[in-house]
Design a protein around this ligand. Structure first.
Ligand code: UD1
Length: 355
């Protein structure tokens, strides 16, 4: 059992990871500014973990009766928000999910992206140093690989981000390498996510993007529900099995379990800098995904072929071998399960959490 700080823990990947960490017996302090989330996700996480008495103290803080899960509204860029969390009790490890992730927005607002993703990480690392905590699991992204030269993509592939969002992830990865090299004792993991999708099978927690989604899975769910008329298929002339883009879709619970495994490894081994892909190793085209979702939902998914989306690449598939060798983790849930669980969430929560 460890005392952990989870930044961005109310978001899609953060909330699923909080549940897995609670089920592994840890005690969690969550910091989230609700830029793309709200407290409701964690109320449901507490419920799924069997924790009672979720309530607010009224000043932007919530907790379960036993305080196994506490939530504070606050910002990673603010030492005034961070420092009290480290002062209140010893924190043994941090999982850092807080960040912005929309590619097109990052092109329009690079200062905002560098501020939240990079300056936010610097602020967190300074607070960790001051609070004597040197264990961190960082949410990185396969977006670092840009247009990969070959697939599946191993961790030693070239880092060539093609947009400001990717640049911020590359910058934080470099920052962590510099910190690890600066003094011994840091236990750091850089986890490169492929395409996280799906939801908890209970249908109680899932992805709730603010405004119009840009990623395919929430768009697909909304088309199945009838909230959108068609799914635009970006490009039919990619050099792939059916001409549509191929991605490595990974169930969010598999991803959450990957975080739990990485944390366990960091806490049990000598200090190290771990760099791992978290993907399934399987590629699926847009048409395959749409067909699987239609089968899982029993709904028709009208498709409309349109031009390639600028900045897209043909194929992205992880080589997940290193994660299996290092920490015995691999994804266990396939495309049918991803679509079944995503659909259960969307059907039960047509407007997300309603926040
Ligand atoms: C995108 C980002 C990536 C980020 C990830 C998670 C780009 C270029 N990449 O990945 O940096 O880490 O989201 O937030 O934005 N597609 C359609 N129709 C749609 C939407 C998508 O056909 O309406 C296709 C895309 O062309 C692609 C696949 O579906 O082939 C997956 O797209 P998406 O879910 O946006 O993820 P990525 O582009 O892989």
């Amino acid at each position: 059992m460890a005392n952990l700080l989870i930044t961005g823990g109310a978001g899609f990947i953060g909330s699923h990871t909080c549940l897995v960490l609670l089920q592994a017996g840890h005690r969690l302090v969550v910091l989230d500014n609700f830029a793309n989330s709200g407290p409701e996700a964690l109320r449901r996480v507490a419920e799924l973990a069997g924790l009672d008495g979720w309530s607010t103290s009224g000043s932007g803080s919530w907790a379960t009766a036993d305080r196994r899960l506490t939530l504070h509204q606050g910002d990673v860029r603010s030492r005034r928000d961070l420092d009290p969390l480290f002062a209140a009790e010893p924190i043994e490890g941090v999982l850092h999910f807080a960040g912005l992730k929309a590619v097109s927005e990052s092109i329009e607002q690079p200062l905002h992206y560098w501020g939240v993703n990079v300056a936010g990480s610097v602020s967190l690392l300074k607070a960790m140093e001051a609070g004597n905590c040197r264990t961190l699991v960082f949410s990185s992204s396969a977006t670092l690989y840009g247009h990969p030269e070959r697939v599946p993509i191993a961790e030693d592939a070239a880092i060539r981000p093609i947009n400001p969002y990717g640049q911020t992830k590359a910058a934080v990865e470099q920052l962590l390498a510099d910190v690890a090299a600066s003094q011994p004792g840091w236990r750091l993991a850089r986890l490169r996510y492929f395409n996280p999708v799906g939801a908890h099978p209970s249908g109680r927690i899932g992805e709730d993007p603010l405004g119009t989604p840009t990623n395919i899975f929430p768009l697909l769910s909304q088309v199945a529900l009838g909230r959108r008329p068609v799914l635009q298929v970006f490009g039919h002339d990619w050099p792939t099995v059916d001409g549509t883009g191929v991605r490595d879709y990974i169930h969010v619970l598999d991803l959450a379990e990957g975080h739990s495994a990485a944390l366990a490894l960091l806490l049990s081994e000598a200090p190290q800098l771990l760099t791992l892909n978290l993907g399934s190793g399987q590629g699926h085209s847009v048409l395959e995904l749409a067909n699987a979702f239609a089968a899982a939902s029993g709904r028709e998914i009208p498709l409309q072929h349109s031009a390639r989306r600028p900045g897209d690449s043909a194929i992205s598939i992880a080589d997940p071998g290193a994660a299996e060798r290092c920490m015995g983790w691999r994804s266990r849930r396939g495309l049918a399960e991803i679509c079944r669980d995503g659909w259960a969430w969307q059907q039960a929560n047509p407007r997300g959490y309603g926040t």
